[in-house]
Design a protein around this ligand. Sequence first.
Ligand code: PEP
Length: 260
Amino acid sequence: MSERHRKRLVAGNWKMNGVSTDLNVIRHIADAAHDAPHSVEIVLCLPTTLLARAAQMLPVVDRLQLGGQDCHAERSGAFTGDVSADMLSDSGASHVIVGHSERRAGYRETDEMVRAKADAALSISLIPIICVGESLQDREAGKAAEVVTAQIRGSVPASADAGAIVIAYEPVWAIGTGRSATLDDIAAMHGTIRETLIQHLNGGADARILYGGSVKPGNAGEILRVEAVDGVLVGGASLTVHEFSPIIEAAATLARQVAC
Ligand code: PEP
């Protein structure tokens, strides 16, 4: 599959934000997604408490797909407070974020744990969005590529169908800071990730690689135009329609230009 055959993906991550009054925002985001070409996928990763309600509110097949933000590696059992991939799928999710840096740091999730979660998702056809990214310390020490390569090798199940996984490259220092990586740095790291995926997986050229970290309406277009970028994972700017819809539109515009 050539670069151009990978569908662009715009994913939002609401983190621990959103209550029932925000269902209205989800409805408006679904409206914004409605006119995007089918070569662009749009996913909103919601808090678990909103997932089933959002799924019930949207048409069964909608341009806006829903996702969770984490899942347990086991399918069920005595894990108080946790949520399984099966539960997310049952609630209407098609995707799940695993290994977000906030979970790697805050809950000491290792590559092995992230891989087990990705495996759990894949086992029930839920698409894992597997997050990787270096810290500022790693980058300043010149170790960014080494760290991210090791995270890919450790977190991505080697038996995965590459087309059924998504990687999100999110430099930790760019998340929620307003400081995005440069386009050259994004291109270079996506190239490194692609090479690693090709070595690590059958058909590694088919996996999509997103960039995340302070993506906003003002920089989404230029980031999406980087050849090696298949889409974006958006935190803060996915919380409002006025910020998320221009990002969806930037991907839609690019897809329409490519189709011409
Ligand atoms: C994220 O949480 O995955 C993220 C990229 O956040 P932000 O866009 O706010 O930097």
